[in-house]
Design a binder for this molecule. Structure first.
Ligand SMILES: Cc1ncc(C[n+]2csc(CCOP(=O)(O)OP(=O)(O)O)c2C)c(N)n1
Ligand SMILES: [Mg+2]
Length: 544
């Protein structure tokens, strides 16, 4: 067989379901070998779309999403999505074709050193230089990508190697190492700290989702009566409706939930990555005692000095710590939770137009099921979604908060629909981020993947306008005009709706779910609420 056949066999061995990508001249052999495979190739309209699809697929399934591009410009187009996956700890394997090894040492058409290009945005970046090493490289790529903390593996596959003949080689057995059991002396130290704490609080991060440790987390929180705040990326690890869930942290401004953090003497960080919410924002004076529970030792940061750390599988760590710790007193968080809940429902009956962010989120939450998948793009809308969307289960509100790249929502929703076909997939996006990957509507239509795209239309780079207004009191170069989104949808053969009155929004989302195709909803948003929020949070008086 050819090396490209062996390569595809190795991908099959890793249970790859989909490859997202665009072929080129330098991966003709791989594309041809795929014809005799069960793996489905999802042809995209931009490599960035492919990388974001692999990213979200990886985040939702825990299995590496796979994207593929040709050399040079194809590979550079992958970069943003790959960096996003790597920083958001989503497992992906990115594959690029490459020119022949006989021309790699010199100036040559489209040749770029891809291994070095991808090195800073991956955990493992390599080139296949001999057909014999294909099984080892593919196995290592998946093992590294999927191991804690997950991220990207990049494989560069030169065209002359791909076409070489190779005999007597087959894929390697799929194995994944398990994390060590937590150390009992560390459990004891943490349990002493919690027993002596007056107001402990849990900050749950993305690692809880990756470890499927939701039940262990909820059990731990209930057994010890400790309230839980989640990061943007951990939304839903404890249902928002759970009495011990006090909401989402991560805004750069203070928020009601920060009142809980401020008051805490001990903060138990579970599966938390600093990239999600920088410690100087919540621990500016190093007043809090930190217990670090994670799969890996903590990153060094002058605002994250750990009192004790429990390293290992989160499920085991949380269960053992819950068993070891005995507390009877309940810290009071009811007031705080009540205030947050009241604030969230304040605009439920709004009729003013354009629609306020709070009302868009309320209607979206009302229209969809608790287990449907929402992917937020990046912008002012993300801040509102992170703050106010009430997630009842993890992986139901996907937010990019490591790399935080615009353009993820639309391709992400396509991947979400492929990963979870029984759930409605909704991209919540700004008008700018939407147009960054608008071309993938064609992909969604072609592969018959229904998604809803809810555009918050403000004709601005809204988040940047918000920040400019706060910092300088004036705006600079953030306004643009939009195409007619309804006609745009129709030109792709998709459906388009424009919300013209606030009370049309809820029935329009409900109709879009029934339409069962690709649907764009153009919803004008009232971002004068942004500055009002800044003002309100600036004047915030803690309800505890
Ligand atoms: C790819 C990329 N480019 C630029 C930025 C910086 N940025 C963050 S939010 C934002 C504005 C987003 O505008 P829009 O998509 O319309 O959302 P809105 O803020 O209006 O809700 C920009 C430019 C980014 N995060 N990612
Ligand atoms: Mg906008």
């Amino acid at each position: 067989m050819k090396a490209s056949d062996l390569f595809v066999k190795c991908l099959e061995n890793e249970n790859v379901e989909y490859i997202f990508g665009i072929p080129g001249e330098e991966n003709l052999d791989v594309m041809d070998s795929l014809l005799s495979s069960e793996i489905k190739f999802i042809l995209t309209r931009h490599e960035q779309g492919a990388a974001f699809m692999a990213d979200v697929y990886g985040r939702l399934t825990g299995k590496a999403g796979v994207c593929l591009a040709t050399l040079g410009p194809g590979a550079t187009n992958l970069v943003t999505g790959v960096a996003d996956a790597n920083m958001d700890r989503a497992p992906i394997v990115a594959i690029a074709g490459q020119g022949s090894t006989t021309r790699m040492h010199k100036e040559s058409h489209q040749i770029l050193d891809l291994v070095n290009l991808f090195a800073p945005i991956s955990k493992y970046s390599t080139q296949i230089r001999e057909p014999e090493v294909v099984p080892e490289i593919v196995r290592k790529a998946f093992k590294v990508a999927e191991a804690e903390k997950p991220g990207c593996s990049f494989i560069d596959f030169p065209e002359n190697i791909a076409e070489m003949e190779i005999e007597n080689h087959s894929p390697l057995k799929v194995q994944q190492a398990s994390l060590p059991a937590p150390r009992s002396d560390k459990i004891k130290e943490a349990s002493d700290l919690i027993e002596n704490a007056k107001y402990p609080i849990i900050m749950a991060g993305n690692g809880v989702v990756r470890a499927n440790a939701e039940n262990a987390l909820i059990g731990f929180s209930e057994a010890l009566h400790i309230p839980v705040a989640t990061t943007f990326m951990a939304k839903g690890v404890i249902p928002f409706s759970h009495p011990l869930c006090i909401g989402t942290v991560g805004l750069q401004a203070r928020d009601f939930v920060s009142c809980g953090i401020d008051r805490a003497d001990v903060i138990i960080c579970v599966g938390y990555d600093m990239v999600e919410y920088h410690p100087y924002l919540w621990n500016p004076d190093n007043r809090h005692k930190i217990i670090h529970i994670d799969s890996m030792p903590a990153e060094v940061d002058s605002h994250y000095i750990v009192e004790t750390g429990i390293i290992g599988d989160l499920n085991e760590s949380l269960n053992e710590l819950a068993d070891e710790t005995h507390v009877t007193e309940k810290p009071h968080s009811e007031n705080l939770k009540q205030t947050i809940q009241e604030e969230f429902s304040l605009h439920a009956q709004d009729t003013e137009f354009p629609v306020k962010p709070q009302k868009i989120i309320w209607d979206l939450r009302t229209a969809i099921n608790d287990d449907d998948t929402v992917i937020s793009d990046v912008g002012a809308h993300k801040m509102w979604m992170a703050r106010m969307f009430q997630a009842e289960a993890s992986n139901t509100c996907i937010i990019s908060n490591g790399f935080a790249s615009m353009g993820i929502a639309l391709p992400g929703a396509i991947a979400a629909k492929l990963a979870c076909p029984d759930k409605t997939a909704i991209a919540v996006t700004g008008d700018a981020g939407f147009l960054m990957n608008v071309q993938e509507i064609e992909t969604a239509m072609r592969i018959n993947t229904p998604i809803i795209i809810l555009i918050w239309n403000d004709s601005n780079y809204g988040l940047i306008k918000w920040k400019q207004e706060v910092q300088f009191g004036r705006e600079s170069n953030i306004h643009f005009s939009n195409p007619d989104f309804v006609k745009l949808a129709e030109s792709f053969g998709a459906k388009g709706y424009r919300v013209e009155k606030t009370d049309e929004l809820l029935p329009t989302i409900e109709q879009a779910i029934k339409d069962d195709t690709v649907v764009i909803i153009d919803c004008p948003v009232d971002y004068s609420e942004n500055l009002k929020l800044t003002q309100k949070l600036g004047d915030l008086i803690c309800p505890i």
